[in-house]
Design a binder for this molecule. Structure first.
Ligand code: AMP
Length: 553
Protein backbone atom coordinates (compact mmCIF):
# COMPACT_ATOMS: atom_id res chain seq x y z
CA UNK A 1 0.00 0.00 0.00
CA UNK A 2 1.43 3.47 -0.85
CA UNK A 3 2.51 5.10 2.45
CA UNK A 4 0.43 8.24 1.85
CA UNK A 5 -2.80 6.25 2.05
CA UNK A 6 -4.79 5.67 5.26
CA UNK A 7 -4.08 2.36 6.97
CA UNK A 8 -7.26 2.57 9.05
CA UNK A 9 -10.46 0.62 8.39
CA UNK A 10 -13.10 2.57 6.47
CA UNK A 11 -15.82 1.74 9.01
CA UNK A 12 -19.16 3.38 8.18
CA UNK A 13 -20.90 5.41 10.90
CA UNK A 14 -24.63 4.64 10.67
CA UNK A 15 -27.65 5.92 12.59
CA UNK A 16 -28.82 2.32 13.20
CA UNK A 17 -25.60 1.83 15.20
CA UNK A 18 -26.91 4.35 17.74
CA UNK A 19 -29.93 2.26 18.66
CA UNK A 20 -27.87 -0.97 18.62
CA UNK A 21 -25.37 0.65 20.99
CA UNK A 22 -28.20 1.96 23.18
CA UNK A 23 -29.64 -1.49 23.83
CA UNK A 24 -26.19 -2.80 24.70
CA UNK A 25 -25.38 -0.07 27.20
CA UNK A 26 -28.67 1.42 28.34
CA UNK A 27 -31.37 -1.19 27.57
CA UNK A 28 -33.70 -0.07 30.36
CA UNK A 29 -33.38 3.67 29.76
CA UNK A 30 -36.83 5.20 29.18
CA UNK A 31 -38.56 7.12 26.43
CA UNK A 32 -41.70 8.95 27.56
CA UNK A 33 -44.19 10.53 25.14
CA UNK A 34 -47.08 12.81 26.00
CA UNK A 35 -49.83 11.69 23.61
CA UNK A 36 -52.60 13.90 22.14
CA UNK A 37 -55.28 12.52 24.53
CA UNK A 38 -53.08 13.54 27.48
CA UNK A 39 -51.93 10.04 28.48
CA UNK A 40 -48.25 9.20 28.69
CA UNK A 41 -46.70 6.38 26.71
CA UNK A 42 -43.51 5.00 28.22
CA UNK A 43 -41.14 2.24 27.19
CA UNK A 44 -37.48 1.27 27.28
CA UNK A 45 -34.83 1.54 24.61
CA UNK A 46 -34.96 -2.24 24.26
CA UNK A 47 -38.69 -2.11 23.50
CA UNK A 48 -38.13 0.77 21.08
CA UNK A 49 -35.45 -1.26 19.33
CA UNK A 50 -37.77 -4.26 18.84
CA UNK A 51 -40.47 -2.05 17.34
CA UNK A 52 -37.97 -0.24 15.11
CA UNK A 53 -37.00 -3.60 13.62
CA UNK A 54 -40.65 -4.57 13.09
CA UNK A 55 -41.14 -1.25 11.34
CA UNK A 56 -38.08 -1.89 9.18
CA UNK A 57 -39.63 -5.22 8.13
CA UNK A 58 -42.91 -3.47 7.36
CA UNK A 59 -41.11 -0.87 5.25
CA UNK A 60 -39.33 -3.50 3.21
CA UNK A 61 -42.71 -5.14 2.47
CA UNK A 62 -44.16 -1.79 1.35
CA UNK A 63 -41.16 -1.62 -0.99
CA UNK A 64 -38.73 1.17 -1.78
CA UNK A 65 -35.32 1.68 -3.35
CA UNK A 66 -32.22 2.81 -1.51
CA UNK A 67 -32.21 6.58 -1.11
CA UNK A 68 -35.97 6.96 -1.70
CA UNK A 69 -37.65 9.61 0.42
CA UNK A 70 -40.31 8.61 2.94
CA UNK A 71 -42.24 11.51 4.45
CA UNK A 72 -43.45 12.00 8.01
CA UNK A 73 -46.04 14.54 9.09
CA UNK A 74 -45.91 14.05 12.82
CA UNK A 75 -45.39 15.59 16.23
CA UNK A 76 -42.83 14.59 18.86
CA UNK A 77 -43.59 11.05 20.07
CA UNK A 78 -42.24 7.51 20.17
CA UNK A 79 -43.59 6.49 16.76
CA UNK A 80 -41.80 9.40 15.12
CA UNK A 81 -38.65 8.32 16.97
CA UNK A 82 -39.08 4.79 15.56
CA UNK A 83 -39.50 6.20 12.06
CA UNK A 84 -36.22 8.12 12.35
CA UNK A 85 -34.30 4.91 12.97
CA UNK A 86 -36.25 2.43 10.82
CA UNK A 87 -36.32 4.60 7.68
CA UNK A 88 -32.70 5.74 7.80
CA UNK A 89 -31.37 2.37 8.96
CA UNK A 90 -33.19 0.62 6.08
CA UNK A 91 -31.41 2.76 3.50
CA UNK A 92 -34.24 5.21 2.79
CA UNK A 93 -34.35 8.91 3.68
CA UNK A 94 -36.75 10.29 6.28
CA UNK A 95 -38.24 13.51 4.99
CA UNK A 96 -39.76 15.34 7.95
CA UNK A 97 -42.65 17.51 6.74
CA UNK A 98 -43.56 20.64 8.66
CA UNK A 99 -47.34 20.70 9.33
CA UNK A 100 -47.27 24.45 9.86
CA UNK A 101 -46.34 25.15 6.25
CA UNK A 102 -48.92 26.56 3.89
CA UNK A 103 -50.72 23.99 1.77
CA UNK A 104 -48.90 25.15 -1.38
CA UNK A 105 -45.50 24.80 0.31
CA UNK A 106 -46.36 21.35 1.62
CA UNK A 107 -47.43 20.28 -1.85
CA UNK A 108 -44.28 21.79 -3.33
CA UNK A 109 -41.87 19.98 -1.02
CA UNK A 110 -43.65 16.60 -1.20
CA UNK A 111 -43.40 16.79 -4.99
CA UNK A 112 -39.87 18.17 -4.97
CA UNK A 113 -38.67 15.44 -2.60
CA UNK A 114 -40.62 12.80 -4.58
CA UNK A 115 -41.88 11.22 -1.36
CA UNK A 116 -42.89 7.56 -1.87
CA UNK A 117 -44.98 7.17 1.32
CA UNK A 118 -46.13 9.50 4.07
CA UNK A 119 -46.54 8.52 7.72
CA UNK A 120 -49.06 10.92 9.20
CA UNK A 121 -50.48 11.65 12.66
CA UNK A 122 -54.31 11.54 12.70
CA UNK A 123 -54.50 15.28 13.50
CA UNK A 124 -52.65 16.18 10.28
CA UNK A 125 -54.74 14.01 7.91
CA UNK A 126 -56.87 16.99 6.70
CA UNK A 127 -53.69 18.73 5.48
CA UNK A 128 -52.97 15.81 3.16
CA UNK A 129 -56.59 15.25 2.15
CA UNK A 130 -56.67 18.82 0.83
CA UNK A 131 -53.69 18.25 -1.45
CA UNK A 132 -53.89 14.54 -2.22
CA UNK A 133 -55.07 15.03 -5.81
CA UNK A 134 -51.95 17.14 -6.42
CA UNK A 135 -49.44 14.63 -4.99
CA UNK A 136 -50.33 11.53 -7.06
CA UNK A 137 -46.84 10.02 -6.80
CA UNK A 138 -47.23 9.24 -3.09
CA UNK A 139 -47.90 5.47 -3.13
CA UNK A 140 -49.62 5.17 0.26
CA UNK A 141 -50.35 6.93 3.54
CA UNK A 142 -49.73 5.27 6.89
CA UNK A 143 -51.67 6.62 9.86
CA UNK A 144 -49.65 6.75 13.08
CA UNK A 145 -52.17 5.12 15.43
CA UNK A 146 -53.69 1.86 16.71
CA UNK A 147 -56.12 -0.03 14.49
CA UNK A 148 -58.96 0.74 16.92
CA UNK A 149 -58.25 4.47 16.53
CA UNK A 150 -58.14 4.49 12.71
CA UNK A 151 -60.10 7.56 11.58
CA UNK A 152 -62.20 7.53 8.43
CA UNK A 153 -60.28 9.35 5.73
CA UNK A 154 -60.38 10.16 2.04
CA UNK A 155 -56.68 9.35 1.79
CA UNK A 156 -56.02 6.22 -0.25
CA UNK A 157 -54.43 3.76 -0.13
CA UNK A 158 -54.11 3.94 3.59
CA UNK A 159 -52.57 1.67 6.23
CA UNK A 160 -52.49 1.63 10.00
CA UNK A 161 -49.07 1.94 11.68
CA UNK A 162 -49.75 -0.50 14.50
CA UNK A 163 -51.47 -3.02 12.22
CA UNK A 164 -48.34 -3.04 10.02
CA UNK A 165 -46.11 -3.65 13.05
CA UNK A 166 -48.39 -6.38 14.44
CA UNK A 167 -47.74 -8.49 11.34
CA UNK A 168 -43.94 -8.36 11.72
CA UNK A 169 -41.23 -9.92 13.83
CA UNK A 170 -38.30 -8.02 15.24
CA UNK A 171 -35.79 -10.12 13.29
CA UNK A 172 -34.23 -7.74 10.84
CA UNK A 173 -30.65 -7.33 9.61
CA UNK A 174 -29.72 -3.77 8.83
CA UNK A 175 -28.50 -3.42 5.24
CA UNK A 176 -24.81 -2.70 4.77
CA UNK A 177 -24.77 1.01 4.07
CA UNK A 178 -22.00 3.53 3.59
CA UNK A 179 -21.51 6.45 5.95
CA UNK A 180 -22.05 8.73 2.98
CA UNK A 181 -25.47 7.24 2.19
CA UNK A 182 -28.29 9.67 2.88
CA UNK A 183 -30.69 9.25 5.79
CA UNK A 184 -32.59 12.52 6.34
CA UNK A 185 -34.10 15.44 4.46
CA UNK A 186 -35.40 18.75 5.79
CA UNK A 187 -36.47 21.84 3.86
CA UNK A 188 -35.57 25.39 4.82
CA UNK A 189 -38.47 27.57 5.84
CA UNK A 190 -38.37 29.38 2.48
CA UNK A 191 -39.39 32.86 3.60
CA UNK A 192 -37.95 34.14 0.31
CA UNK A 193 -38.62 31.94 -2.70
CA UNK A 194 -39.26 28.22 -2.61
CA UNK A 195 -37.96 26.13 0.29
CA UNK A 196 -34.68 24.34 -0.45
CA UNK A 197 -33.90 20.78 0.63
CA UNK A 198 -30.99 19.89 2.90
CA UNK A 199 -30.05 16.23 2.82
CA UNK A 200 -28.13 14.69 5.73
CA UNK A 201 -26.07 11.52 5.48
CA UNK A 202 -25.44 8.90 8.15
CA UNK A 203 -21.89 10.03 8.85
CA UNK A 204 -22.75 13.73 9.17
CA UNK A 205 -25.65 12.85 11.49
CA UNK A 206 -23.43 10.67 13.69
CA UNK A 207 -20.58 13.17 13.86
CA UNK A 208 -23.08 15.90 14.76
CA UNK A 209 -24.60 13.67 17.47
CA UNK A 210 -21.19 12.67 18.87
CA UNK A 211 -19.93 16.21 19.14
CA UNK A 212 -23.13 17.99 20.13
CA UNK A 213 -23.88 15.47 22.89
CA UNK A 214 -20.27 15.53 24.17
CA UNK A 215 -19.06 17.37 27.27
CA UNK A 216 -17.78 20.17 25.04
CA UNK A 217 -21.33 21.05 24.13
CA UNK A 218 -24.59 19.69 25.63
CA UNK A 219 -22.91 17.19 28.00
CA UNK A 220 -25.51 14.41 27.69
CA UNK A 221 -25.19 11.36 29.93
CA UNK A 222 -27.23 8.52 31.46
CA UNK A 223 -28.51 10.66 34.33
CA UNK A 224 -29.97 13.27 32.02
CA UNK A 225 -33.69 13.60 31.37
CA UNK A 226 -33.98 15.52 28.15
CA UNK A 227 -37.02 17.24 26.69
CA UNK A 228 -36.67 18.51 23.12
CA UNK A 229 -39.46 21.13 22.95
CA UNK A 230 -38.30 21.64 19.40
CA UNK A 231 -40.28 19.78 16.76
CA UNK A 232 -39.04 16.54 15.27
CA UNK A 233 -40.38 17.89 11.96
CA UNK A 234 -37.81 20.68 11.85
CA UNK A 235 -34.05 20.02 11.59
CA UNK A 236 -34.19 16.62 13.27
CA UNK A 237 -35.22 18.24 16.61
CA UNK A 238 -31.67 19.63 16.72
CA UNK A 239 -30.28 16.09 16.39
CA UNK A 240 -31.50 15.15 19.90
CA UNK A 241 -33.28 11.92 18.80
CA UNK A 242 -29.77 10.77 17.81
CA UNK A 243 -27.55 12.42 20.44
CA UNK A 244 -29.66 11.53 23.53
CA UNK A 245 -29.69 7.75 22.86
CA UNK A 246 -26.01 7.87 21.87
CA UNK A 247 -25.15 9.06 25.38
CA UNK A 248 -27.88 7.04 27.14
CA UNK A 249 -30.17 9.85 28.30
CA UNK A 250 -33.86 9.50 29.04
CA UNK A 251 -36.01 11.20 26.40
CA UNK A 252 -39.24 13.05 27.10
CA UNK A 253 -41.32 13.89 24.04
CA UNK A 254 -43.94 16.60 24.54
CA UNK A 255 -46.21 15.73 21.59
CA UNK A 256 -47.92 18.86 20.34
CA UNK A 257 -48.11 20.47 23.78
CA UNK A 258 -45.71 23.39 23.67
CA UNK A 259 -47.60 25.88 25.87
CA UNK A 260 -46.11 26.97 29.19
CA UNK A 261 -48.58 25.10 31.38
CA UNK A 262 -48.15 21.75 29.62
CA UNK A 263 -44.37 22.10 29.61
CA UNK A 264 -44.37 22.94 33.31
CA UNK A 265 -46.35 19.79 34.19
CA UNK A 266 -44.19 17.58 31.99
CA UNK A 267 -40.94 19.00 33.37
CA UNK A 268 -42.23 18.58 36.89
CA UNK A 269 -43.67 15.08 36.53
CA UNK A 270 -40.73 13.66 34.57
CA UNK A 271 -38.07 15.63 36.44
CA UNK A 272 -36.63 16.97 33.19
CA UNK A 273 -33.19 18.55 33.75
CA UNK A 274 -32.36 19.71 30.21
CA UNK A 275 -34.87 21.33 27.86
CA UNK A 276 -34.45 22.60 24.31
CA UNK A 277 -36.44 25.07 22.28
CA UNK A 278 -36.66 28.47 20.60
CA UNK A 279 -36.90 31.56 22.87
CA UNK A 280 -40.71 31.76 22.46
CA UNK A 281 -41.06 28.38 24.16
CA UNK A 282 -39.16 29.56 27.24
CA UNK A 283 -41.04 32.85 27.23
CA UNK A 284 -44.29 30.83 27.39
CA UNK A 285 -43.03 28.78 30.34
CA UNK A 286 -41.81 31.92 32.11
CA UNK A 287 -45.17 33.66 31.64
CA UNK A 288 -46.97 30.61 32.97
CA UNK A 289 -44.71 30.39 36.04
CA UNK A 290 -45.24 34.10 36.64
CA UNK A 291 -49.02 33.66 36.61
CA UNK A 292 -48.71 30.65 38.92
CA UNK A 293 -46.73 32.70 41.37
CA UNK A 294 -49.45 35.34 41.51
CA UNK A 295 -52.19 32.73 41.96
CA UNK A 296 -50.64 30.52 44.56
CA UNK A 297 -47.97 32.74 46.06
CA UNK A 298 -45.31 30.09 45.53
CA UNK A 299 -42.08 30.35 47.45
CA UNK A 300 -39.36 32.37 45.71
CA UNK A 301 -37.33 29.14 45.23
CA UNK A 302 -37.66 27.70 41.76
CA UNK A 303 -41.02 26.14 40.89
CA UNK A 304 -39.10 23.92 38.42
CA UNK A 305 -36.25 22.63 40.61
CA UNK A 306 -35.34 19.66 38.36
CA UNK A 307 -34.62 21.92 35.36
CA UNK A 308 -30.95 22.90 35.32
CA UNK A 309 -30.33 24.01 31.78
CA UNK A 310 -32.19 25.15 28.70
CA UNK A 311 -30.57 25.09 25.26
CA UNK A 312 -32.03 27.95 23.24
CA UNK A 313 -31.52 28.66 19.55
CA UNK A 314 -33.31 29.34 16.32
CA UNK A 315 -33.56 33.06 17.16
CA UNK A 316 -31.67 35.54 19.32
CA UNK A 317 -31.84 34.99 23.09
CA UNK A 318 -33.41 37.97 24.92
CA UNK A 319 -31.06 38.97 27.77
CA UNK A 320 -33.98 39.62 30.14
CA UNK A 321 -35.05 35.97 29.83
CA UNK A 322 -31.49 34.70 30.37
CA UNK A 323 -31.47 36.71 33.59
CA UNK A 324 -34.95 35.59 34.69
CA UNK A 325 -34.07 31.94 34.18
CA UNK A 326 -30.87 32.37 36.20
CA UNK A 327 -32.27 34.43 39.04
CA UNK A 328 -35.81 33.08 39.38
CA UNK A 329 -35.37 29.45 38.43
CA UNK A 330 -31.65 28.74 38.84
CA UNK A 331 -31.55 27.50 35.23
CA UNK A 332 -28.50 27.96 32.99
CA UNK A 333 -29.56 29.39 29.62
CA UNK A 334 -27.26 28.06 26.90
CA UNK A 335 -27.48 30.12 23.72
CA UNK A 336 -27.18 27.95 20.59
CA UNK A 337 -26.72 28.88 16.98
CA UNK A 338 -27.38 26.77 13.95
CA UNK A 339 -29.54 26.38 10.88
CA UNK A 340 -31.18 23.70 8.77
CA UNK A 341 -28.11 23.76 6.54
CA UNK A 342 -25.81 22.95 9.49
CA UNK A 343 -27.63 19.87 10.86
CA UNK A 344 -28.25 22.28 12.83
CA UNK A 345 -25.96 22.82 15.85
CA UNK A 346 -22.75 24.75 15.32
CA UNK A 347 -22.02 26.91 18.36
CA UNK A 348 -23.06 27.27 22.00
CA UNK A 349 -22.45 29.42 25.06
CA UNK A 350 -21.57 26.44 27.25
CA UNK A 351 -21.49 26.72 31.04
CA UNK A 352 -17.82 26.81 32.04
CA UNK A 353 -15.56 27.93 34.90
CA UNK A 354 -14.56 31.01 32.90
CA UNK A 355 -18.18 32.04 32.30
CA UNK A 356 -19.03 31.48 35.99
CA UNK A 357 -16.19 33.79 37.06
CA UNK A 358 -17.86 36.75 35.34
CA UNK A 359 -20.14 39.22 37.08
CA UNK A 360 -23.82 38.34 36.42
CA UNK A 361 -24.48 40.99 33.77
CA UNK A 362 -21.41 40.01 31.69
CA UNK A 363 -22.31 36.36 32.10
CA UNK A 364 -25.89 36.87 30.91
CA UNK A 365 -24.56 38.84 27.96
CA UNK A 366 -22.33 35.93 26.89
CA UNK A 367 -25.06 33.36 27.53
CA UNK A 368 -27.36 35.28 25.22
CA UNK A 369 -24.76 35.09 22.44
CA UNK A 370 -24.41 32.19 20.03
CA UNK A 371 -21.28 30.99 21.87
CA UNK A 372 -18.20 29.25 20.52
CA UNK A 373 -18.04 27.01 17.46
CA UNK A 374 -18.04 23.26 18.06
CA UNK A 375 -14.87 21.25 17.47
CA UNK A 376 -14.56 20.32 13.81
CA UNK A 377 -16.45 23.35 12.52
CA UNK A 378 -15.20 26.76 11.42
CA UNK A 379 -16.94 30.12 11.53
CA UNK A 380 -15.69 33.33 9.90
CA UNK A 381 -17.00 36.81 9.15
CA UNK A 382 -16.41 38.58 5.84
CA UNK A 383 -16.96 42.10 4.48
CA UNK A 384 -18.69 42.90 1.17
CA UNK A 385 -15.36 42.38 -0.67
CA UNK A 386 -15.00 38.90 0.79
CA UNK A 387 -12.16 39.94 3.11
CA UNK A 388 -12.13 38.42 6.60
CA UNK A 389 -12.88 40.80 9.46
CA UNK A 390 -11.19 41.07 12.84
CA UNK A 391 -12.61 39.13 15.78
CA UNK A 392 -12.89 42.22 17.94
CA UNK A 393 -16.53 41.96 18.92
CA UNK A 394 -17.23 45.14 16.94
CA UNK A 395 -16.82 44.54 13.23
CA UNK A 396 -19.93 43.06 11.68
CA UNK A 397 -19.79 40.84 8.64
CA UNK A 398 -21.41 38.07 6.68
CA UNK A 399 -21.13 34.80 8.58
CA UNK A 400 -19.76 31.87 6.60
CA UNK A 401 -19.24 28.39 7.99
CA UNK A 402 -17.58 25.05 7.23
CA UNK A 403 -17.73 21.66 8.84
CA UNK A 404 -18.44 17.94 8.50
CA UNK A 405 -22.17 18.50 9.14
CA UNK A 406 -22.53 21.61 6.98
CA UNK A 407 -24.10 21.01 3.56
CA UNK A 408 -21.95 21.42 0.44
CA UNK A 409 -24.95 21.73 -1.83
CA UNK A 410 -28.73 21.87 -1.57
CA UNK A 411 -30.90 18.94 -2.69
CA UNK A 412 -31.01 18.81 -6.49
CA UNK A 413 -28.22 21.41 -6.72
CA UNK A 414 -30.30 24.51 -6.00
CA UNK A 415 -29.03 27.75 -4.42
CA UNK A 416 -25.46 27.51 -5.79
CA UNK A 417 -24.88 31.19 -4.98
CA UNK A 418 -24.61 30.35 -1.27
CA UNK A 419 -21.37 28.42 -1.72
CA UNK A 420 -18.03 30.14 -2.29
CA UNK A 421 -14.45 28.91 -1.80
CA UNK A 422 -15.54 25.96 0.31
CA UNK A 423 -17.62 28.15 2.65
CA UNK A 424 -21.39 28.18 3.12
CA UNK A 425 -22.80 31.71 3.26
CA UNK A 426 -25.36 31.64 6.10
CA UNK A 427 -27.09 34.93 5.25
CA UNK A 428 -26.56 36.01 8.89
CA UNK A 429 -24.67 39.14 9.93
CA UNK A 430 -22.46 38.50 12.95
CA UNK A 431 -19.61 39.65 15.15
CA UNK A 432 -17.01 37.42 16.80
CA UNK A 433 -15.25 38.60 19.95
CA UNK A 434 -11.55 37.98 20.79
CA UNK A 435 -12.47 34.90 22.88
CA UNK A 436 -14.29 33.40 19.90
CA UNK A 437 -17.89 34.10 21.01
CA UNK A 438 -20.22 34.52 18.06
CA UNK A 439 -23.15 36.92 18.20
CA UNK A 440 -25.75 37.10 15.46
CA UNK A 441 -26.51 40.73 14.77
CA UNK A 442 -29.27 40.08 12.26
CA UNK A 443 -30.36 38.16 9.23
CA UNK A 444 -28.88 40.02 6.25
CA UNK A 445 -32.43 40.69 5.04
CA UNK A 446 -33.63 41.94 8.46
CA UNK A 447 -30.83 44.41 9.17
CA UNK A 448 -32.06 48.00 8.81
CA UNK A 449 -30.08 50.18 6.42
CA UNK A 450 -30.56 53.73 7.65
CA UNK A 451 -28.62 56.42 5.78
CA UNK A 452 -25.96 53.90 4.77
CA UNK A 453 -25.45 52.66 8.34
CA UNK A 454 -26.73 49.38 9.78
CA UNK A 455 -29.11 49.08 12.69
CA UNK A 456 -29.46 45.64 14.26
CA UNK A 457 -33.13 44.73 14.70
CA UNK A 458 -32.04 41.97 17.10
CA UNK A 459 -30.21 44.36 19.45
CA UNK A 460 -33.05 46.85 19.39
CA UNK A 461 -35.54 44.10 20.26
CA UNK A 462 -33.31 42.93 23.10
CA UNK A 463 -33.19 46.49 24.47
CA UNK A 464 -36.99 46.85 24.22
CA UNK A 465 -37.49 43.62 26.19
CA UNK A 466 -35.74 45.24 29.15
CA UNK A 467 -38.97 47.20 29.63
CA UNK A 468 -40.81 44.87 31.98
CA UNK A 469 -44.33 45.15 30.53
CA UNK A 470 -43.30 43.97 27.08
CA UNK A 471 -44.03 40.40 26.17
CA UNK A 472 -42.61 40.28 22.64
CA UNK A 473 -40.82 42.89 20.56
CA UNK A 474 -40.24 42.98 16.83
CA UNK A 475 -38.23 45.60 14.95
CA UNK A 476 -38.54 45.98 11.19
CA UNK A 477 -37.09 48.41 8.67
CA UNK A 478 -39.67 50.41 6.72
CA UNK A 479 -39.25 52.81 3.82
CA UNK A 480 -38.19 56.37 4.67
CA UNK A 481 -37.93 59.17 2.08
CA UNK A 482 -34.70 60.57 3.50
CA UNK A 483 -32.88 57.65 5.22
CA UNK A 484 -34.01 54.82 2.87
CA UNK A 485 -35.09 52.75 5.88
CA UNK A 486 -35.91 53.49 9.49
CA UNK A 487 -36.79 51.08 12.30
CA UNK A 488 -40.26 50.78 13.75
CA UNK A 489 -40.95 48.76 16.88
CA UNK A 490 -43.99 46.50 17.22
CA UNK A 491 -44.74 45.17 20.69
CA UNK A 492 -47.19 42.98 22.55
CA UNK A 493 -47.82 43.65 26.23
CA UNK A 494 -48.04 41.12 29.08
CA UNK A 495 -51.57 40.54 30.38
CA UNK A 496 -52.56 43.07 33.06
CA UNK A 497 -49.53 45.32 32.45
CA UNK A 498 -49.51 48.88 31.21
CA UNK A 499 -47.24 50.37 28.63
CA UNK A 500 -46.02 53.96 28.39
CA UNK A 501 -44.19 55.05 25.25
CA UNK A 502 -42.07 57.60 27.12
CA UNK A 503 -40.88 55.05 29.68
CA UNK A 504 -40.07 52.56 26.92
CA UNK A 505 -38.07 55.16 25.00
CA UNK A 506 -36.18 56.02 28.20
CA UNK A 507 -35.28 52.30 28.56
CA UNK A 508 -34.13 52.15 24.95
CA UNK A 509 -31.98 55.27 25.35
CA UNK A 510 -29.95 53.51 28.04
CA UNK A 511 -29.10 50.68 25.65
CA UNK A 512 -28.77 51.98 22.11
CA UNK A 513 -27.47 55.00 20.19
CA UNK A 514 -29.95 57.84 19.71
CA UNK A 515 -30.13 57.41 15.94
CA UNK A 516 -31.20 53.78 16.48
CA UNK A 517 -34.38 54.82 18.31
CA UNK A 518 -37.44 53.59 16.39
CA UNK A 519 -39.43 56.19 14.46
CA UNK A 520 -42.67 54.62 15.67
CA UNK A 521 -43.78 52.22 18.39
CA UNK A 522 -46.99 50.28 17.84
CA UNK A 523 -48.79 48.06 20.29
CA UNK A 524 -50.36 44.95 18.69
CA UNK A 525 -52.58 42.18 20.04
CA UNK A 526 -50.20 39.51 18.74
CA UNK A 527 -47.21 39.08 16.46
CA UNK A 528 -47.10 36.49 13.65
CA UNK A 529 -44.72 33.51 14.00
CA UNK A 530 -43.29 31.08 11.48
CA UNK A 531 -43.93 27.35 11.65
CA UNK A 532 -40.82 27.04 13.82
CA UNK A 533 -41.83 29.70 16.34
CA UNK A 534 -39.78 32.63 15.05
CA UNK A 535 -41.11 36.11 14.41
CA UNK A 536 -42.43 36.29 10.86
CA UNK A 537 -40.86 39.59 9.90
CA UNK A 538 -41.54 39.25 6.21
CA UNK A 539 -45.32 39.56 6.77
CA UNK A 540 -44.86 42.59 9.02
CA UNK A 541 -42.48 44.25 6.56
CA UNK A 542 -45.05 43.85 3.80
CA UNK A 543 -47.86 45.19 5.98
CA UNK A 544 -45.97 48.19 7.37
CA UNK A 545 -43.58 49.04 4.53
CA UNK A 546 -45.27 52.40 3.80
CA UNK A 547 -46.14 53.21 7.40
CA UNK A 548 -43.74 56.13 7.74
CA UNK A 549 -44.28 57.38 4.19
CA UNK A 550 -48.01 57.63 4.89
CA UNK A 551 -47.33 59.46 8.16
CA UNK A 552 -44.83 61.88 6.69
CA UNK A 553 -46.92 62.83 3.65
P1 AMP B 1 -33.53 27.49 10.58
O1 AMP B 1 -32.84 27.01 9.38
O2 AMP B 1 -35.01 27.56 10.44
O3 AMP B 1 -33.13 26.69 11.79
O4 AMP B 1 -33.08 29.01 10.84
C1 AMP B 1 -31.74 29.34 10.98
C2 AMP B 1 -31.61 30.81 11.30
O5 AMP B 1 -32.13 31.09 12.62
C3 AMP B 1 -30.18 31.30 11.37
O6 AMP B 1 -29.64 31.56 10.09
C4 AMP B 1 -30.32 32.56 12.21
O7 AMP B 1 -30.74 33.66 11.44
C5 AMP B 1 -31.41 32.20 13.18
N1 AMP B 1 -30.79 31.81 14.45
C6 AMP B 1 -30.51 30.56 14.89
N2 AMP B 1 -29.92 30.61 16.09
C7 AMP B 1 -29.78 31.92 16.42
C8 AMP B 1 -29.21 32.63 17.53
N3 AMP B 1 -28.66 32.01 18.57
N4 AMP B 1 -29.24 33.99 17.48
C9 AMP B 1 -29.80 34.64 16.45
N5 AMP B 1 -30.35 34.03 15.39
C10 AMP B 1 -30.34 32.69 15.37
Amino acid sequence: MPDHQSAMMPTPLLTSDIIENAILRYPEQRIVSLMPDGHKHEYSYIEAHARIKKLANALSKLGFNKGDRIGTLANNHYRHFELYYAIGGSGAVIHTLNPRLFEEQLEYIIKHAEDEYIFVDPCFIPLLENIQSRIPKVKAFIINCFESDMPSTQLAPVYCYEALLDKETSDFDWPKLKGTDNCGLCYTSGTTGNPKGVIYDHQSSILHAMMSGSSQFLSFNEWDIIMPAVPMYHVVAWGIPYSAPLFGSKLVFCGDKLDGESLYHLIDSEQVNKGFGVPTIWLGLHNYLDSLKQDTDLEPISPIPSLKMVGVGGAASPTNLVKAYAEKYDVYWMGLWGMTETSPLMSASVNSPSIQKLDPESRYHLQSSAGKAMFGTQIEIFDQDNQTLAHDGIQQGILKVKGPWVLKEYFKGEGQENFEDGWFNTGDIAVINPEGYLRIVDRAKDVIKSGGEWISSVQLEDAALEYASINEACVIGVTHPKWDERPILLVTIKPGKVFEQEALIATLKQKVAKWWLPDAILQLESLPHTGTGKLKKIDLRNEYKDYLIDKIQ
